[in-house]
Design a protein around this ligand. Structure first.
Ligand code: HEM
Length: 424
């Protein structure tokens, strides 16, 4: 067994995933050019950026098309019968060794979603809100106050995991274990590596991580069942849930729980980084938000439109479809350019301007349609608590002029690596 994987370094695992999904080129500029030229690209648009897609090694093996407008992206994401996800099980999903909800279609997807969703609905999450807030303030930010400077991404890397894993139902008296879970989860995501030199090691680590996670989560599940399967966290609910006319066994509870981890941590970390960058760099914004905290929610929504973490979604066509006179055969990959649709000038006035006062319209940073993010409400609560706590506890918060200015970057997963700040 690989020692590094037994005791993984979370920051290193996060940087490795950022590097894998960063690629090259300016995806906003490339999409802007496409919107001006043509609403459809015939071929693999993503290839130029050198990043993996959910299709994993199947990328490039079939006819591929990309769509750029708000209308087209919405029409694909909302129709999960014509545009399916099953191929993900053989791509990115292959590293997760089990059923992942994102790779399910039709009735199976509907049933699993109904099983998982209640743990993340507002009724449940609102009960946790005070606890989420308390953990952010007491455990993370109050100990920082005297320091007067920090890279806030150290906080950003840890707080979403701490909050989410408690909601999932991992023991809160051993949060040291959370760091390992998060690092192993990142190793699973990192298995989807397209650089031939790095791929063998990335895949090997993903294989080890998937097993370590399984064994460790299984221990928790067995213990929780022995303790009486209580609690309104995810594991407690799954242990009591009836699914397809029977109760779930320990293997199923473990696998379902593990399959949620990739979505639950670093997406919030990356979004947090972009929210901070916008807050600290847009003229006058910090003063406005500090004075009127109802604007925090708008700041988060506008960031998710303007800088979605995940820049595109791939779907497979279940039948022939036609877009803009181009026939797309069944079995093709359709790349839905979320990063483009979110800045479609036909829908968003001055779409390239960051404007928290704009009228809220659907955008796709949390997806759309049947696979829309199950955890968006939790993610927004966590981000809202974090931003409010920063504004309350760190007076005169500002970027550190002696450190490099933060940059939101990445062709597949976007965010800022560091956000160095000072306060008084
Ligand atoms: C700011 C943070 C987050 C962002 C930006 C985000 C984004 C997304 C997006 C874009 C999708 C749609 C994927 C697709 O259609 O292919 C999605 C799905 C999903 N997200 Fe999130 N997510 C976030 C946080 C979370 C959290 C905290 C959870 C915790 C449970 C979560 C769980 C899921 C799950 C399970 C799905 C798959 C749903 C399905 O297939 O039906 N996400 N997320």
């Amino acid at each position: 067994m690989n020692n590094d994987m037994e005791n993984p370094d979370l920051a290193a695992a996060y940087s490795a995933v950022s590097a894998t999904y960063k690629g090259q080129g300016d995806i906003h500029a490339a999409c802007r050019e496409m919107r001006a030229k043509s609403p459809i690209f015939v071929g693999d648009f993503i290839k130029q950026f050198g990043v993996p897609t959910n299709a994993g090694m199947q990328q490039g093996t079939r006819p591929t098309f990309a769509l750029f407008s708000h209308r087209d992206v919405m029409s694909v994401l909302r129709d999960a019968t014509t545009f399916t996800n099953g191929f993900i099980a053989e791509g990115l999903g292959a590293f997760f060794d089990g059923l992942i909800i994102l790779a399910m279609d039709g009735e199976q997807h509907r049933r699993v979603r109904a099983l998982l969703q209640p743990a993340f609905m507002p009724e449940t999450v609102n009960k946790w809100r005070d606890k989420i807030d308390e953990v952010i303030r007491k455990d993370f930010l109050e100990p920082l106050v005297a320091q007067k400077e920090a890279d806030l991404m150290e906080f950003g890397l840890h707080f979403p995991i701490r909050e989410m894993y408690a909601l999932i139902g991992f023991p809160t008296d051993n949060t040291e274990l959370y760091r390992k879970y998060a690092a192993w989860t990142l190793a699973m995501i990192g298995g989807n590596q397209i650089d031939p030199e790095k791929a063998p090691e990335a895949r090997r680590n993903a294989g080890i991580a998937v097993k370590l996670l399984y064994d460790s989560i299984m221990e928790v599940v067995v213990q929780r069942r022995a303790d009486g399967s209580h609690g309104d966290d995810l594991i407690g609910r799954l242990l009591r849930a009836e699914f397809e006319g029977r109760m779930l066994d320990d293997h199923e509870v473990t696998t379902f729980t593990r399959s949620l981890l990739p979505a639950a941590g670093e997406t919030t970390t990356r979004t947090f980084s972009s929210v901070l960058v916008m807050l600290l760099t847009q003229p006058g914004l910090l003063e406005r938000v500090k004075a009127d905290r109802t604007l925090v929610a708008k700041l988060i929504d506008e960031t998710v439109r303007y800088e979605p973490v995940s820049t595109f979604k791939v779907r497979e066509t279940a039948k022939e479809v036609v877009f803009h006179g181009v026939t797309i055969p069944p079995g093709s990959f359709v790349q839905c350019m979320v990063v483009s649709a979110n800045r479609d000038e036909e829908v968003f006035e001055h779409a390239d301007t960051f404007d928290i006062d704009r009228k809220l319209k659907p955008s796709f940073g949390f997806g759309f349609g049947p696979h829309m993010c199950i955890g968006q409400f939790v993610a927004k609560v966590e981000l809202n608590c974090a931003i409010n706590a920063l504004l309350d506890l760190l007076p005169n918060l500002r970027l550190d002029p002696d450190q490099p200015a933060p940059v939101i970057e990445g062709a597949q997963l976007r965010g800022a690596k560091n956000v160095h700040v000072l306060w008084d």
